[in-house]
Design a protein around this ligand. Structure first.
Ligand SMILES: NC(=O)c1ccc[n+]([C@@H]2O[C@H](COP(=O)([O-])OP(=O)(O)OC[C@H]3O[C@@H](n4cnc5c(N)ncnc54)[C@H](O)[C@@H]3O)[C@@H](O)[C@H]2O)c1
Ligand SMILES: O=P([O-])([O-])O[C@@H]1[C@@H](O)[C@H](O)[C@@H](O)[C@H](O)[C@@H]1O
Length: 532
């Protein structure tokens, strides 16, 4: 690990191991799939059903097939992860977690020994059904083996924070990890120090000011800030011999930026607004612009509207990847699954009361109304698509009552208490009341999502597609809606629908991965077990 001297360029990282591709766990034998040393190329038939409404309000459904060629570059290369807010609870926890896994650490706790793992990461902790064997048994493989992906142990980690505290002291400040584990990673963590960052006080709670001792001069957007952050990314990449860098915002929740015509409504206006120091341009949007210009995918793990229309247009202009918003870690993940179950079971959900209190710095920042409002929006919109899809239960525009409450209670620290009540109408005037008390160790739930977001975003930089008659392959749309499963308020390409149903989000992720190796979506029909 290259030690990091104060004030020099990019923070040293937990340098990972080799970035070479491991031998694939499986191969697909098909005339439509070709493996070369550099790539996996597939010819894929994407089947949809086109529905039109007739004059008498009936529907006509027409099966359609679309031919796509997919290509996955097999060489992962050496990948860097730069976290904005590196010194925070999530930043320190994910860093310590990767070090612990890389070294295979085991530590003592009151309940006995615990070993490093990646539980809570869909990529590292879950499996995908590949198919069935000749006896009809399902064959499930580790998600991470589906396509060539960077291993989190190999990620080189760095980042920025307005707090200059080193990662070891920040880890102590976070109060998330067991002392026995902290001692095992302390030496490596102590070598890491966040780079100075941009700090525009109006965008986060005033109660954060006492942390801001590691800031780049200037309290509002400027092009110098963009160029400073661009240089940080380039330096980090060069000093660590990286092939690519993924930048992820896990800094404090910002207030929403007003969308102002002539300021942030188009790419050109946004760039001009930054150059003119417009006070409505947030630090997270400045980070997004700098990352786009460095062709570093930028992911927003917080709920604010970082991606104002001008930022999305700017990403499209440069064919750069962006994704967001707001890690979906505990209460909302549960909500998106439970609401999906209730409504798709024909149970009429009529009210959702979501309360939680927590005592970490995130909760402290959210105790300020403007920052809470950003979170309230991302936590409230998660049911919209599921409600809108069921016209049997809900009339046009009808939806369940839904309230979100967050309180800051320092005593409970990172161990958020979430209390939810789901109230529904059932058969013949009956009611069902579901009450959930959910203690989430928030940073231990969110940190694996950081890994998922970075690993999938990196993979998407190596996936391209074309239609049969096209000459060139190209990347997916700049807005990586494939990341939705990990996010509360999924950002989607302008004009496309937002899907929040958790099962649909996971299905999209796994079936796009299947398409990249020429396999049809997993339908779970198991006709082979029904038609005989
Ligand atoms: N379960 C979870 O922890 C969870 C779930 C969903 C979303 N989030 C979001 O993730 C973010 C981080 O959560 P956390 O618990 O790690 O919070 P935290 O307050 O512990 O960490 C945030 C860090 O960002 C730093 N920071 C603030 N402004 C900055 C800037 N302009 N540049 C660089 N650093 C800056 C702060 O100094 C702090 O160290 C929050 O926005 C939170 O809402 C967290
Ligand atoms: O992901 P989730 O558990 O639904 O939502 C969480 C909120 O309940 C919590 O108050 C907030 O501090 C976290 O950042 C996170 O957003």
């Amino acid at each position: 690990m290259a030690p990091h001297a104060n004030g020099t360029s990019a923070a040293s990282g937990a340098v990972g191991g080799s970035a070479g591709e491991k031998t694939p766990l499986f191969t697909v034998e098909s005339p439509d799939v070709v493996y070369t040393e550099d790539a996996i190329k597939t010819q894929y038939a994407y089947h949809t059903t086109e529905v039109t409404r007739t004059a008498d309000n009936k529907f006509v459904a027409v099966p359609k097939a679309h031919a796509y060629d997919f290509k996955v570059d097999r060489k992962v290369g050496k990948v860097g992860m730069m976290l904005v807010g590196w010194g925070g609870n999530n930043g320190t926890t994910v860093t310590a977690g990767i070090i612990a896994n890389r070294r295979g650490l085991v530590w003592d706790t009151r309940e006995g020994k615990r070993a490093a793992n990646y539980y809570g990461s869909v990529v590292m902790g879950s499996t995908i059904k590949l198919g069935t064997d000749k006896s009809g048994q399902e064959v499930n493989i580790p998600f991470h083996d589906m396509l060539p992906m960077v291993h989190p142990n190999d990620l080189v980690i760095g980042g920025w924070d307005i707090s200059g505290l080193g990662l070891a002291d920040s880890m102590d400040r976070a109060c998330v990890l067991e002392p026995s584990l902290k001692e095992l990673v302390r030496k490596e963590m102590a070598e890491m120090k966040p780079l100075p960052s941009i700090y525009y006080p109006d965008f986060i709670a005033a109660n954060q000011e006492d942390r801001a001792d590691n800031v780049i001069p200037g309290s509002k957007a400027s092009w110098e800030h963009v160029e400073h952050l661009r240089k940080d990314i380039r330096d980090f990449k060069e000093q660590n011999g990286l092939d690519k860098v993924i930048v992820l915002w896990t800094a404090n929740t910002e207030r929403y930026a007003d969308i102002i015509t002539g300021v942030n409504d188009t790419a050109d206006n946004l760039i001009n607004a930054i150059k003119s120091g417009h006070e409505e341009v947030s630090p997270s949007t400045v980070f997004a612009v700098a990352s786009i210009l460095e062709n570093a995918p930028f992911i927003n793990g917080s709920p604010q509207n970082t991606f104002v229309p001008g930022a999305i247009q700017f990403a499209e202009k440069y064919n750069a990847f962006i994704g967001g918003d707001d890690f979906k870690s505990g209460q909302t993940k549960m909500k998106s699954a439970l609401v999906d179950f209730l409504i798709s079971a024909g149970i009429k959900l009529t009210s959702i009361a979501s309360y939680n209190h927590l005592g970490n710095n995130d909760g402290k920042n959210l105790s300020s109304q403007k920052q809470f409002r950003s979170k309230e929006i991302s936590k409230s919109n998660v049911v919209d698509d599921m409600v809108a899809a069921n016209s049997v239960l809900y009339k046009e525009g009808e939806h369940p009552d839904h309230t979100v409450v967050i309180k800051y209670m320092p005593a409970v620290g990172d161990n958020k208490r979430a209390l939810d009540e789901y109230y529904a109408e059932i058969f013949l005037g009956g009611h069902q009341t579901i009450s959930i008390f959910n203690v989430c160790e928030d940073s231990l739930l969110a940190s694996p999502l950081i890994i998922d977001l970075v690993v999938v975003a990196e993979l998407m930089t190596r996936v391209s597609w074309k239609t049969k008659d096209a000459e060139e392959y190209k990347g997916f749309h700049s807005v990586l809606s494939v990341l939705s499963y990990m996010l509360k308020a999924p950002l989607t390409p302008p004009g496309t629908p937002v899907v929040n149903a958790l099962a649909k989000q996971r299905g999209a992720l796994t079936n796009i991965f299947r398409a990249c190796i020429g396999l049809q979506p997993e339908s779970d029909m198991t006709l082979e077990h029904k038609l005989f």
